[in-house]
Design a protein around this ligand. Structure first.
Ligand code: NDP
Ligand code: OXD
Length: 313
C-alpha cells in the first residue's frame, strides 16, 4: 500500500477556503499548523511563505517544501532550514503580470508628475508649467531581470521608455540593455533615472538600495522597491530625498513589516507607500503548482523552479 502524501500548511488561515476544497479531490492529506495535531514523522511536504524558524527541521521525512511566494528569503532566514530538501518557489504568469501592473503604474505616476497635479487640483491651481518629460528621454533601470523583472522591462519598453536591466548573468531582451555583475553596477546606476528593484533578497543584494548606490545615480533620480524591505536602507532613502539626490520613492516593502507607527516614511511627502501588495499569489495557481509538484516528486521527477540554494534564489 502506498502512503498518501501529507502536506503541512503553514500560511494565513484565509487561504484555507481555497486549499481545502482543491486538495479534497486529490490523494494529498492536508494538515494545518496550529489547527490539527500531527506526528512530525508523517509529514512529507510543507507549504509556507515565512515558516516559523525550526519548523521544517522538525519534520524528518520531508521530501520537498513549497513556497507560496516568488521570494524564498523567508525560508532561508531560518538557520535550521534543511538544506538537503528541495525548495520550490512560486512562478506564475498572474504574479508577474500583477507585478508589471504595479511597476508600470508607479513609473508613470512619477514620470507624468501625477502627484504634483493631484495637489494642484486640490489647491485649485491650473498647473500647466509641468509638462511630462518624454518617454524617449527617460531611462528606467530594472534591478533583477528574472521572471518578473523581464516582463516589467518589456511592458515599459513597449511604452517607449529607454530600458536597461542589471542581473548576475548577461541577458538578451529585445530593446533592453543588459548590465551584469558588480563590474557593471555603477554604469547601470549612472544611466538610470527611475530605478525599479525586483531582485531576490540574498546576502549579495541585502541593503543594495543605499546612499552609495543613490550617489551613483543622476541627481533627482526616483526609486521603486517592490522586492524586499531588506534591499533598502530606509534612513539613506530619506536622507537622499531630503538632499534632492533622489526626487522620491515608491516602496511596497519595508525593513520591518508591518511598517512601525514611528517610521518617518508614513508621512514623508515624497514617499508613496503600499503595504506589500504589489502582487499577491493567486491561490488557485499555487494549488496547481503544489499538486503538480507533489505528483512529480512522488514519481521521482523534479518539478520546475526548484531554488538553487547555493545562489539563494
Ligand atoms: P527570479 O529569480 O526569476 O529573478 C531574479 C533576478 O535577479 C535574476 O535576473 C538574477 O540574475 C538577478 N539577481 C539575483 N542576484 C543578483 C545579484 N547578486 N546581482 C545581480 N543580479 C542578481 O525572481 P522573480 O523575478 O521571480 O522575483 C524577484 C523578486 O520579486 C522575488 O525574490 C521577491 O522578493 C519579489 N516579489 C515581490 C512581490 C511583492 O508583492 N512585493 C511579489 C512577487 C515577488 P540571473 O538571471 O543572472 O540569475
Ligand atoms: C512574493 C511576495 O515573494 O508576495 O511572492 O512577496
Amino acid at each position: 500500500m502506498t502512503t498518501r502524501p501529507k502536506l503541512l500548511f503553514s500560511a494565513p488561515a484565509y487561504w484555507l477556503g481555497v486549499w481545502e476544497p482543491a486538495l479534497g479531490s486529490t490523494n494529498i492529506n492536508l494538515v494545518v499548523l496550529g489547527r490539527d495535531t500531527y506526528d512530525p514523522r508523517t509529514i512529507t511536504y510543507a507549504l509556507s511563505f515565512r515558516p516559523p524558524p525550526g519548523l521544517l527541521k522538525s519534520l524528518p521525512n520531508l521530501k520537498a517544501v513549497f513556497s507560496l511566494g516568488a521570494g524564498v528569503d523567508g525560508f532561508l532566514a531560518d538557520p535550521e532550514f534543511p538544506k538537503t530538501v528541495p525548495l520550490v518557489r512560486f512562478v506564475d504568469g498572474t504574479l508577474s503580470r500583477e507585478m508589471a501592473t504595479y511597476v508600470v503604474l508607479h513609473v508613470l505616476m512619477h514620470h507624468r508628475n501625477q502627484r504634483a497635479l493631484d495637489e494642484a487640483q486640490r489647491n485649485g491651481v491650473w498647473l500647466q508649467s509641468m509638462p511630462p518629460r518624454r518617454v524617449e528621454e527617460t531611462r528606467v533601470g530594472i534591478l533583477g531581470l528574472g521572471e518578473i523583472g523581464t516582463l516589467c522591462a518589456e511592458r515599459l519598453r513597449d511604452l517607449g521608455f529607454v530600458m536597461s536591466g542589471w542581473s548576475r548573468t548577461k541577458k538578451t531582451v529585445d530593446g533592453v540593455k543588459s548590465y551584469a555583475g558588480q563590474g557593471e553596477f555603477a554604469a547601470f546606476l549612472g544611466s538610470t533615472d527611475i530605478l525599479v528593484c525586483l531582485l531576490p533578497l540574498t546576502s549579495d543584494t541585502k541593503g543594495i538600495l543605499n546612499a552609495k548606490s543613490f550617489a551613483r545615480m543622476p541627481k533627482g533620480a526616483y526609486i521603486i522597491n517592490a522586492a524586499r524591505g531588506g534591499h533598502q536602507v530606509e534612513k539613506d532613502i530619506v536622507a537622499a530625498i531630503d538632499t534632492g539626490q533622489l526626487s522620491g520613492a515608491t516602496l511596497d516593502v519595508f525593513e520591518t513589516e508591518p511598517l512601525p507607527e514611528s517610521s518617518p516614511l508614513w508621512k514623508h511627502p515624497k514617499i508613496t507607500m503600499t503595504p506589500h501588495i504589489a502582487a499577491i499569489s493567486e491561490p488557485s495557481a499555487s494549488v496547481r503548482m503544489v499538486i503538480d509538484g507533489i505528483r512529480k516528486f512522488e514519481r521521482g521527477e523534479r518539478p520546475e523552479n526548484v531554488v538553487d540554494l547555493s545562489k539563494g534564489y
